[in-house]
Design a protein around this ligand. Structure first.
Ligand code: ARG
Length: 467
């Protein structure tokens, strides 16, 4: 008796805390995925209905059993959606939770559903369906963000602002052109999404545990029923790879990186020092102590979500590296990363779309900044090359002297008297003033892909027909 007591005590010490009951509790805790994979219930049930229908069509189960299974699964679906379903951790995951409930509802026929399949191809199917739907949702959300930018670009095709390199004033550009830079980025993200859907559009169900099955199943039939282009071609690969999830995460990480750069610009532009934009109240907050403040919280959080999403990508890459073929339980760790990244990405895109649509663009501030910092110096150099025949290197030197003089006089290039410019280089005429304004500068950049308002308008038309 004394022995039994001290055994309990020592096991309590060993396992401690919530694992006081010992190895069983620890195993349940580490093994169960129901806490997060219940998110896959709809895909799981849809997959099972397609599988059972195919089994009956192929004469592997009776039509009567199939009808019971399908009706039972529909009941389970309703129970989960109405919140009356009781998930059990003892039953590990969504697959066994659904199947156990089916057995209670319809009896022994439930046992025939798992013929010619394994949880390995089942989870590969459920997760692929989920990721595919998420990619389709992402595609739509990116289109909405692109549409928001196209509207702002159209509105501001002529609005001049400083273009930056090293965050130092470089050359004048238009705000429309800057918006279109993001259209290009999010357009590529959307292309990546479309390609990923194409890559993953193959049905895993029927790969079974890893080797396929001896039952005369029809994988083309289930693939079609589930909306896949075709079945996967290798059963080992089917149950052992998660590159579709990695591809989703990679795309999410790249898109989040684009969103983060935009978020950073919004943070900078909305400072009183820049004052290029004013955020709407909907996407900013006040300070509890400093009444003058308006903080770009939403933009900052979008910037931060990138860290989470990148972390998820690295986490799953690390889980997958070094795993021998075929299935290993390590792969159960794939879902939380993808779910978390998907939620973060959706929120970030939605918040950004709202911010872009709602922000007030302060064209006066942009224009004033566009002209300062000798942003048309390159235009002066180009003019000297074009009109006075100077080699570009010499023109660069002459322009440098003009900038130094303007700096000394505390004026802009366009404010230097002609006599001063001619003292630096006699070939300069009063025609030069035509190119020293920011409007003239942007209007002259008509090379394909350049910032001229006419170009920007053409690009908007091109994108509108593809959005
Ligand atoms: N919950 C598991 C997962 O998410 C399902 C597959 C289990 N397969 C197995 N052979 N234990 O990966």
């Amino acid at each position: 008796m004394a022995d039994a007591k001290s055994e309990t005590q020592s096991s309590n010490q060993m396992w401690g805390g919530r694992f006081a009951s010992g190895p069983d509790a620890i195993m349940e805790e580490i093994n169960a995925s129901i806490g997060f994979d219940k998110k896959l219930y709809a895909q799981d049930i849809r997959g099972s209905i397609a599988h059972a229908t195919m089994l009956a069509h192929q004469g592997i189960i009776s039509a009567e059993d199939k009808d019971k299974i399908v009706a039972g699964l529909e009941t389970v679906l309703k129970e989960i959606e109405s919140g009356t379903f009781e998930f059990s951790r003892k039953l590990e995951d969504i697959h066994m939770n659904v199947e156990a409930r089916l057995a209670t509802l319809i009896g022994p026929a439930a046992g025939r559903l798992h013929t010619a399949r394994s949880r390995n191809d089942q989870v590969a199917l459920d997760f692929r369906l989920w990721v595919k739907e998420e990619l389709q949702k992402t595609e739509k959300m990116l289109s909405a963000l692109i549409a928001a930018f196209l509207d702002r670009a159209e509105e501001h095709a002529d609005t001049v602002m400083p273009g930056f390199t090293h965050l130092q004033t470089a050359q004048p550009v238009t705000f429309g052109h800057h918006c279109m830079a993001y259209v290009e980025m999010f357009g590529r993200d959307r292309q990546r999404v479309r390609h990923a859907i194409e890559h993953m559009d193959e049905s895993p169900i029927g790969a079974a545990a890893l080797a396929g099955t001896g039952f005369p199943i029809d994988r083309h039939m289930t693939a079609k029923a589930l909306g896949f282009r075709e079945p996967t071609r290798n059963s080992i690969d089917t149950v052992s790879d998660r590159d579709f999830a990695l591809e989703f995460l990679s795309i999410a990480a790249i898109a989040a990186t684009h969103l983060s750069r935009l978020a950073e610009e919004i943070v900078i532009w909305s400072t009183p020092q820049f004052g290029f934009i004013r955020l709407s109240d909907a996407f900013s907050t006040g300070s509890s102590i400093m009444p003058q403040k308006k903080n770009p919280d939403a933009a900052e959080l979008v910037r931060a979500k990138t860290g989470r999403i990148n972390g998820s990508l690295v986490a799953l890459l690390t889980v997958m590296k070094g795993l021998p073929l075929a299935y290993s339980k390590d792969m159960q760790e794939d879902k939380e990363q993808v779910f978390d990244a998907a939620e973060s990405l959706e929120l970030a895109i939605a918040a950004m779309t709202g911010m872009v649509r709602d922000m007030t663009v302060r064209t006066d501030r942009m224009k004033a900044a566009a002209g300062s910092g000798y942003s048309t110096a390159t235009d002066l150099a180009d003019w000297l090359v074009r009109e006075a025949g100077l080699p570009f290197r010499d023109a660069h030197h002459v322009t440098g002297r003009a900038v130094a003089l303007a700096e000394q006089k505390g004026c802009e290039l366009a404010e230097l008297p002609l006599a001063d410019l001619q003292a630096i280089n006699p070939a300069i005429t009063d025609k030069v003033y035509d190119v020293l304004t920011v409007e003239a500068s942007v209007a002259s950049r008509t090379s394909f892909g350049g910032t001229a308002p006419s170009n920007v308008r053409q690009q908007i038309v091109w994108w509108r027909s593809r959005n």
